[in-house]
Write a protein that binds this ligand. Structure first.
Ligand SMILES: NC(=O)c1ccc[n+]([C@@H]2O[C@H](COP(=O)([O-])OP(=O)(O)OC[C@H]3O[C@@H](n4cnc5c(N)ncnc54)[C@H](O)[C@@H]3O)[C@@H](O)[C@H]2O)c1
Ligand SMILES: [Zn+2]
Length: 673
């Protein structure tokens, strides 16, 4: 190949890998599978090795792929945070073992650890207290994400009494469990928010949020796996010993870590987990093999990018090829349409796969799917596998591209897609069967009206039997006892229990009723806020968009949705019928007796989390002593009651306006003065 071509090829590969790095580390998105990425990296490494005159110290082969961002304070790592070399088969692993033995002799033991698919973190502890947490960044410098990390429950803020060093750094991996990922991601899809491709990306996106309160809502977890401290060799001689002590100090380490004394044991460990990993609640993408002895680690040292004393063995993401038989379109409770690929059954990662998710129309376009295509299916983070591409080489010449339907498959109403949104909706909220059933199922849900004796399946059965057509029919069920008894599997006892449950639901407070109505974008917190502000459904129904949007934390999108809901005559009728049935449509005010006038004329704002009281309790305390709560920081504010995890922007604003910032104890003491 002429030099010019090689140079071009190196430049193109470098650019491509740098682009993937940016998407992966900064935007938390993957546009290529890890396997394909690693393959390209190896290709570039091989080219650079063959043509050293073209190698470049800034090449992605020479540097850790991440970067620092401008959103956080930049911190320089005391010990650089490196990447790991990777191997994909037993042969490459045995080459690693040979290199190690050549350098340090045959007395080698390895610690085998799961390679958690998350993002690495360095945490510094001083005198047993969490001081600082920093991302890997570009390996030399990372982002200070301390406030966010403090919200992770498995990371101790203070250590158990033990003989830990005064100052040390501990490294670990932050990740999200698969069930939490599934739950949060589908809630995001419902709310039309950006969904993440896998738990790793979700965890990475979360740790880089500016709002720690939002981070606290997303369940992150962390395994700690490495200790750095000055004079470490005086404390421990091996990595294995250090891990035993980390546990005593209060850190969560992974129970599956194993000490191996031969390559065979390492291989057994690798093979065992290649199969068992599918049963873990979190994703791992391989095994990390570390030389156990610290002295040997030091002898082996580092390359520009990796330690020479450790390596990863990466599992091949299991991938199979099968036929795309058809695409079906499911309509959800909110009317969102989800395309699902129906596949010829195939074995993948221990289960038979028949279906794969396709997310939305853009995904179908991106994959350029055609009818009858032979497709590659992979198990990513999701339980339900995904299609990663079609094998165009075996496509029939006359195969038609999959075209997205224009009408709802359930009710034939033309579908709509809001500008800038990826998801299509069936707008026929009150006439589309799955939406009607979904609305009723939502209504009776545990966090909503919580009707005992009535479940999702019963709702569906009653709908199909023509007994239920809409939410309000639930309160007419007592008039249908004869019909109910005719239904299979529905005895007198269960009917009685259900009717009792329905009757009891009439006592549910207004905020629950409001949440249960299933107004788009109105979840339980929003419902609570609206109920507290408007007190009565009639006042909410009569409010303008501006009036609704004036309520704290209610944005214009929610306000519009609420307004639209109440404009529909069908909904007005629905509410009237529910009122007639005796449901609660107003806030029952508790009489307020002022405990004192200590705070009369004073205004307060509460932010963050507190050790002894909830925010609501503190607000009630302030109000019971005559103080007034404000909803934002302005010159009118007299005191900011600040707890932990308060947003830095708020703090800065209060400081700028010279507003006194007090803590929980100071607030309580103020009353006594
Ligand atoms: N799909 C994409 O677009 C894309 C882009 C960039 C990188 N990647 C993936 O990321 C990899 C490169 O990332 P990398 O530099 O973080 O390397 P790596 O993921 O191959 O290995 C190093 C990392 O492993 C993690 N790790 C997990 N468990 C560990 C344990 N027990 N001990 C030590 N470390 C552990 C640490 O975070 C460490 O930084 C690529 O090989 C590729 O798979 C994918
Ligand atoms: Zn429909």
């Amino acid at each position: 190949m002429p030099d010019q071509d090689i140079q071009q090829q190196i430049a193109a590969l470098s650019k491509e890998l740098n682009d993937y790095n940016y998407q992966y580390y900064v935007l938390a998105e993957s546009h290529i599978s890890d396997y394909a990425y690693d393959h390209k990296m190896k290709e570039l490494e091989a080219l650079e090795r063959a043509y050293p005159n073209f190698s470049d110290p800034n090449s992605p082969t020479q540097k850790v792929g991440g970067a620092v961002t401008s959103k956080f304070q930049t911190v320089t790592h005391k010990w650089p945070m490196m990447s790991l070399g990777n191997t994909y088969n037993a042969e490459e692993l045995s080459e690693f073992d040979e290199r190690v033995r050549k350098a340090v002799g045959d007395q080698v033991a390895y610690v085998c650890e799961l390679k958690f698919d998350g993002l690495s973190l360095s945490i510094t502890y001083e005198n047993g207290k969490l001081l600082r947490a920093v991302t890997r960044g570009d390996g030399n410098q990372g982002d200070d994400v301390t406030e966010n990390v403090k919200t992770i429950r498995s990371i101790p803020l203070a250590l158990n009494q033990a003989d830990y060093p005064e100052l040390f750094e501990i490294r670990g991996e932050v990740f999200m469990h698969k069930p939490a990922f599934e739950r949060l991601n589908s809630a995001r899809a419902e709310a039309n928010e950006k969904v993440y491709a896998n738990p790793r990306n979700f965890a990475a996106g979360t740790l880089k949020l500016q709002d720690s309160a939002e981070v606290a809502k997303r369940p992150l977890d962390c395994f700690l796996y490495f200790l750095y401290t000055e004079n470490r060799n005086k404390l421990f001689h091996t990595h294995w010993e250090s891990i035993q002590d980390l546990k005593k100090w209060g850190f969560q380490t992974c129970e599956h870590t194993q000490l191996c004394t031969s390559l065979q044991e390492v291989l057994d460990f690798v093979n065992f987990w290649d199969k068992q990993r599918h049963f873990l609640s979190y994703d791992i993408d391989g095994i990390v093999i570390k030389v156990n002895d610290y002295a040997q680690q030091e002898e082996l040292g580092f390359t520009a990018k990796n330690p020479r004393w450790a390596i990863s063995y990466k599992f091949n993401a299991e991938q199979v090829e099968t036929t795309l038989n058809s695409v079906s379109y499911q309509v959800g409770r909110t009317g969102a349409v989800t395309p699902v690929a129906n596949l010829s059954p195939v074995q993948l990662a221990g289960t038979t796969v028949k279906r794969a998710s396709l997310h939305n129309a853009n995904e179908i376009l991106r994959l350029q799917l055609h009818e009858g295509d032979s497709v590659y299916v992979e198990k990513g983070g999701e339980i339900i596998p995904k299609i990663i591409g079609a094998n165009a080489t075996v496509r029939k010449a006359d195969a038609r591209p999959i075209s997205y339907p224009t009408a709802c498959p359930e009710c034939q109403t033309p579908l709509v897609r809001q500008e800038g949104e990826a998801v299509h909706y069936c707008p026929n909220e009150d006439g589309c069967p799955p939406q009607i059933i979904g609305k009723m199922q939502h209504f009776i849900g545990r966090k909503m009206m919580d009707i005992e004796g009535l479940g999702d399946e019963t709702i569906e059965a009653f709908y199909k039997a023509g007994i239920l057509h809409r939410i309000t029919d639930i309160y007419q069920l007592s008039n249908h006892q004869q019909e109910l008894k005719q239904l299979e599997r529905f005895g007198e006892k269960s009917i009685e229990k259900m009717l009792h449950g329905i009757e009891a639901s009439k006592e549910k407070p207004f905020e629950k009723v409001l949440f249960s109505l299933g107004i788009r974008h109105v979840g339980d917190t929003i419902a609570k806020k609206l109920a507290q502000h408007f007190k009565h459904i009639d006042q909410l129904a009569a409010a303008s968009i501006e009036e609704i949007a004036a309520v704290q934390d209610i944005g214009i999108r929610i306000a519009e949705s609420v307004r639209n809901y109440f404009q529909e005559s069908f909904h007005q009728q629905e509410i009237q019928l529910l009122k007639d049935a005796g449901l609660q449509f107003q806030v029952v005010e508790k009489e307020v007796v002022l405990a004192s006038e200590s705070f009369a004329g004073k205004t307060f704002l509460i932010s963050g989390t507190f050790a002894n009281y909830s925010r609501e309790e503190l607000a009630a305390f302030i109000e019971s002593h005559g103080g007034k709560m404000l909803s934002s920081i302005s010159a009118k504010l007299n005191f900011l009651v600040a707890g932990d995890k308060m947003g830095p922007a708020k703090l800065a604003k209060a400081e700028k306006l010279n507003i006194p910032i007090i803590n929980e104890e100071q607030l309580l003491a103020m009353r006594a003065e």
